[in-house]
Design a protein around this ligand. Structure first.
Ligand code: F6P
Length: 569
C-alpha cells in the first residue's frame, strides 16, 4: 500500500509551465483588444458551433464564456503540462492518489457494469465484483421494503425512510431524493436528518408513525458525533413511541427486535454497526477508497434504491458511467468535462473570480448547489499541495446557487451589474413531468425563456444607447446599463431522469479533479474539518458545568459560554 502511495510524482507547478505562460499571454492579449462577446459573436458565425459539445445525453454551450475557440487548445496544453491524463489514469486504476490518507480513489468503480468484474483489482480486491455484490444485497432489501415483504415490528409495511447521516452521508442522498421526486411510485417517502441541532430531528420526526418507519444510519466511519448522537435519539424515540402506542411492551427482547426491524446501516466500519443493535445482515458496506462526498452512488444511496427502486438506481449508475468513460477517453481539447474544469481555473487564476454560481432551472434540483459545495469545496479548499508544499496560486472556488427563477429575484442583480465576475453554469431540461398551461402559455416554455434570457442578458448586456433609445431619463441611464461579458455555460438535457442526475454528479466530480490536478491538490482528503471536531469535544463539558474545562478556554469562548449559562432556562 505504501508502495503505491510512493509512486505518485510530486505535483507539477502549473504556474511555471509553458502552457500557463501561453495562457497568460492570451489573457493579456484579450484584455488589450477588449473582451467583447457581442463583437466575438458578430465576427464568428461558427462561434457557438465550435464551442458546443455533447457528453452522454447532455448538451453544453460554452460560447458565452470569455474564451475564443483557440483558447481550448491552450487549456489542453495546460492539461498536458500538468499531466492530467496521467492523473485520471492513476485515479481510475486505483493508485493511491489520496496520498495524505494513503488511499485509492475509486468512485468510478462504483458505477462500472458487472462485465468489468475481474478487470479492476486494486490492492488485491476485485472492486467491481464487490460493488455488484453489495448492490445485489441492497436491491434485494429494497425490493422487500417496496413490496411490503419487509415490515416493521408490528407487521406494517414501511412508508417512511429516515436517513441519518451528515456531509457526504446526507447531501448526496437528499439531493438525489429531491431531484427524482417525480419518479416516486413506491408510496414510500424519505426524510433526511443531518444536523446535531435537536431541532432537525424533532421536525423530521413530526407526523410519522414509528410502526411504518425505517431508519438508515449512514456513516462511512460510524464514529461521526452528529450521526451517532442522532441515531441514538432516533432509537430512543422509536422505542418510547412504540411503547406509548402499545405496539411493544418495552421488554429488552421486544426492544431489540424493534431495532432490528426499524434500523439498518451503511458504513465501511461494519464491526461498529452491530454494537448499535443493527443486524449485520441489514448493514451495507463500502470501502475506504470511496470518499464521503463521492459516495452517493455506493450503499450511501440505499434510501434512493428503496424509494425509487433498483432499476432506477441502475439508470442512475449508468449516467455516471457514461460520463466517466467520456471523460477518460475524449481528447482534452474536445472533452467538455475537462474543459469546464480548466475554464474554471482560467476564471479563478487569470480573471480573479472567487465564486462560481450553479443555477439549475429545475425546482427538483433545489439541493444541487448545497451538494456541490461539499463536493467542490471540501475537495479543493486547500493551501498545500499533495507533497506538503504550499500552493503557488489561488485555489478553490466558492460554489453556490439556487434554482431559477428564484435566484433572478434575489442575487442575480449582483451577477448582472455588480463589480465581481461570477462565472455561472445554467442547467435546464427540455421536458418536465409537470406540464402546465397558463391560458395558451406553456409554463415550462415560459420558464425556459427565462433560462435563455438570463444568459443572453449576461453575455450581451445593454448599452447606454439602447437604454436611451427607450426614452430613459439621462440621469438614470448609467443605472440601467448592463455591461455584458459576464460568462455563463449552458447545460441542456432531455429530462431530469435518474440517468441525467448521475451524469450531472459525475460531471462535477471530474471538474473537481481537473481543478485539483492543476493546483496540485490532494482533492480527496479533508483535514480541514478535523480541528473543529476535536475542539467541540473539549468544549462540551465546559458549557454545562465543568468550570475547570471553562477556565481552559480562550477569553472569547469563556465569555460566550458565560452568556449561555446565564441565559439557559
Ligand atoms: O465533514 C467531514 C466528513 O468526514 C465528510 O467528509 C463526510 O462526508 C462526513 O464527515 C461524514 O462522515 P461519516 O460518513 O464518516 O459519518
Amino acid at each position: 500500500m505504501k508502495g503505491l502511495a510512493m509512486a505518485i510524482n510530486p505535483p507539477i507547478d502549473a504556474t511555471q509551465t509553458p502552457a500557463w505562460a501561453a495562457l497568460q499571454n492570451h489573457f493579456n492579449q484579450l484584455q488589450a483588444e477588449g473582451i467583447n462577446l457581442r463583437e466575438w459573436f458578430a465576427a464568428d458565425a461558427n462561434r457557438t458551433a465550435s464551442l458546443s459539445f455533447e457528453a452522454g445525453d447532455l448538451h453544453f454551450d460554452l460560447s458565452k464564456n470569455l474564451i475564443k475557440p483557440e483558447t481550448l487548445q491552450l487549456f489542453a496544453d495546460l492539461a498536458k503540462d500538468v499531466k492530467l491524463e496521467e492523473r485520471i489514469q492513476q485515479q481510475y486504476t486505483g493508485v493511491h492518489i489520496n496520498n495524505t490518507e494513503d488511499r485509492a480513489v475509486l468512485h468510478t468503480a462504483l458505477r462500472r457494469p458487472a462485465s468489468d468484474e475481474g478487470k479492476f483489482i486494486v490492492d488485491g480486491q476485485d472492486t467491481v465484483k464487490d460493488v455488484r455484490e453489495v448492490l445485489d444485497r441492497i436491491y434485494a432489501f429494497a425490493n422487500k421494503v417496496r413490496s411490503g415483504e419487509w415490515t416493521g415490528v408490528t407487521g406494517k409495511k414501511i412508508d417512511t425512510v429516515v436517513n441519518i447521516g451528515i456531509g457526504g452521508s446526507d447531501l448526496g442522498p437528499v439531493m438525489v431524493y429531491e431531484a427524482l421526486k417525480a419518479y416516486n411510485d413506491s408510496g414510500i417517502s424519505a426524510r433526511y436528518v443531518s444536523n446535531i441541532d435537536p431541532n432537525d430531528m424533532a421536525e423530521k420526526l413530526k407526523g410519522i408513525n414509528p410502526e411504518t418507519t425505517l431508519f438508515i444510519v449512514v456513516s462511512k466511519t460510524f464514529t461521526t458525533l452528529e450521526t451517532l448522537t442522532n441515531a441514538r435519539s432516533a432509537r430512543t424515540w422509536l422505542l418510547e413511541t412504540l411503547k406509548a402506542q402499545g405496539a411493544i411492551d418495552g421488554s429488552d427482547e421486544k426492544n431489540a427486535e424493534a431495532v432490528v426491524k426499524h434500523f439498518i446501516a451503511v458504513s465501511t466500519a461494519l464491526d461498529k454497526v452491530a454494537e448499535f443493535g443493527i443486524d449485520p445482515n441489514n448493514a451495507f458496506g463500502f470501502w475506504n477508497w470511496v470518499g464521503g462526498r463521492y459516495s452517493v452512488d455506493s450503499a450511501v444511496g440505499t434510501s434512493i434504491a428503496i424509494v425509487y427502486g433498483p432499476e432506477r438506481f441502475e439508470d442512475f449508475l449508468r449516467g455516471f458511467h457514461v460520463i466517466d468513460e467520456y471523460f477518460a477517453n475524449t481528447p482534452i481539447e474536445k472533452n467538455v468535462v475537462a474543459l469546464m474544469g480548466l475554464m474554471n481555473v482560467w476564471y479563478v487564476n487569470f480573471f480573479g473570480a472567487h465564486s462560481h454560481a450553479v443555477l439549475p432551472y429545475n425546482q427538483y434540483l433545489h439541493r444541487f448547489a448545497a451538494y456541490l459545495q461539499q463536493l467542490t469545496m471540501e475537495s479543493n479548499g486547500k493551501s498545500v499541495r499533495w507533497d506538503g508544499t504550499p500552493v503557488t496560486t489561488q485555489t478553490g472556488e466558492i460554489f453556490w446557487g439556487e434554482p431559477g427563477t428564484n435566484g433572478q429575484h434575489a442575487f442575480y442583480q449582483l451577477i448582472h451589474q455588480g463589480t465581481r465576475l461570477i462565472p455561472a453554469d445554467f442547467i435546464a431540461f427540455a421536458n418536465t413531468p409537470n406540464a402546465t398551461k397558463d391560458g395558451d402559455q406553456d409554463v415550462h416554455e415560459l420558464f425556459l425563456a427565462n433560462y435563455l434570457a438570463q444568459t443572453k442578458a449576461l453575455a450581451f448586456g445593454k448599452t447606454a444607447e439602447e437604454v436611451r433609445a427607450e426614452g430613459t431619463d439621462e440621469a438614470i441611464v448609467p443605472a440601467r446599463v448592463f455591461t455584458g461579458n459576464r460568462p455563463t455555460t449552458s447545460i441542456l438535457g432531455d429530462t431530469l431522469s435518474p440517468f441525467a442526475v448521475g451524469e450531472l454528479i459525475a460531471l462535477y466530480e471530474h471538474i473537481t479533479l481537473v481543478e485539483g490536478t492543476v493546483w496540485g491538490l490532494d482533492s480527496y482528503d479533508q483535514w480541514g474539518v478535523e480541528l473543529g471536531k476535536v475542539l467541540a469535544k473539549q468544549i462540551a463539558p465546559a458549557i454545562s458545568q465543568d468550570d475547570a474545562a471553562l477556565a481552559q478556554q480562550d477569553q472569547s469562548t469563556q465569555a460566550l459560554i458565560n452568556f449561555y449559562r446565564a441565559h439557559r432556562h
